[in-house]
Ligand binder design. Structure first.
Ligand SMILES: Nc1ncnc2c1ncn2[C@@H]1O[C@H](COP(=O)(O)OP(=O)(O)O)[C@@H](O)[C@H]1O
Ligand SMILES: [Mg+2]
Length: 227
């Protein structure tokens, strides 16, 4: 089992896009890849999956697993699971999430789990994304962006992973907006944190299988990731 928890330095940093690209690339490499989005939030879609993220991930991995396994909990509010609980009175169910995770892990050789928000996003009062990663016992991949301020966010994310003893597989720079030059950002992040930057993904304007596969195979060290 070679599974990853894809977290980000913030929401909207590109976790879904990067996870989708990884799912397509792994599938094209002949790997039986599954996807999971334990908690999703936002406006429910009228057709198909409630969450657009889940729709993108399932399409990328081409899985037919039921929605309740891929996304056991959906909150119709744009907020953390903790805030959703307080506002909507729907309590996050960790045991359901972990049993769905176990079932999906048995169905696939590699499972890509997309986080929610960032590393400290609260789920319960004393249970954050960090605790979920620890309970799943899988390493994390950190998606970061190039916008100035990213070094602060990335270092905070890494420090928290270290505090909770979460193994980090590497950083992926999502180079989709203005900011640092990628080679300078890679140099500085690696020097400052000792965590490897596995590559950077440029702006994607075509989400087809072939395009995603080409971009990810070219720009990411997938072999290092799967080692
Ligand atoms: N590499 C990229 N190329 C083009 N657009 C991107 C890229 N990464 C992210 N985006 C844009 O940013 C939005 C947020 O990305 P998303 O993957 O949904 O972030 P997260 O899952 O971290 O909240 C996407 O809907 C898309 O419009
Ligand atoms: Mg997302």
């Amino acid at each position: 089992m070679n599974s990853f928890f894809i977290t980000g330095t913030d929401t909207d940093v590109g976790k879904t896009y990067i996870t989708a690209g990884l799912a397509v690339s792994f599938r094209k490499m002949g790997i039986n890849v599954g996807v999971m989005k334990p908690f999703a939030a936002g406006t429910a879609q009228k057709k198909g999956f409630k969450s657009e993220d889940v729709e993108i991930l399932s399409r990328a991995a081409q899985v037919t697993d039921p929605e309740e396994l891929i996304n056991p909990q959906f909150f119709p509010i744009h907020a953390s699971p903790y805030t959703a609980w307080k506002n909507l009175k729907i309590k996050p169910k960790i045991s359901t999430i972990l049993s769905s995770f176990k079932k999906l892990s048995k169905l696939h050789d590699t499972l890509l789990v997309e986080g929610v928000g960032g590393i400290m996003t609260p789920i319960l009062k004393n249970y954050y994304v960090t605790h979920l990663i620890k309970d799943m016992k899988i390493p994390t991949l950190i998606v970061t962006r190039t916008r100035v301020g990213t070094i602060n966010h990335t270092m905070m994310t890494i420090k928290i992973c270290e505090k909770y003893k979460i193994p980090i597989k590497g950083i992926i720079i999502n180079n989709f907006d203005e900011g640092y030059d990628v080679s300078i950002l890679k140099r500085d992040l690696e020097n400052l944190t000792g965590v490897k930057v596995l590559g950077s993904i440029p702006f994607i304007d075509n989400m087809s299988d072939d395009s995603l596969n080409r971009v990810f195979q070219k720009n990411l060290d997938l072999k290092q990731l799967l080692k």
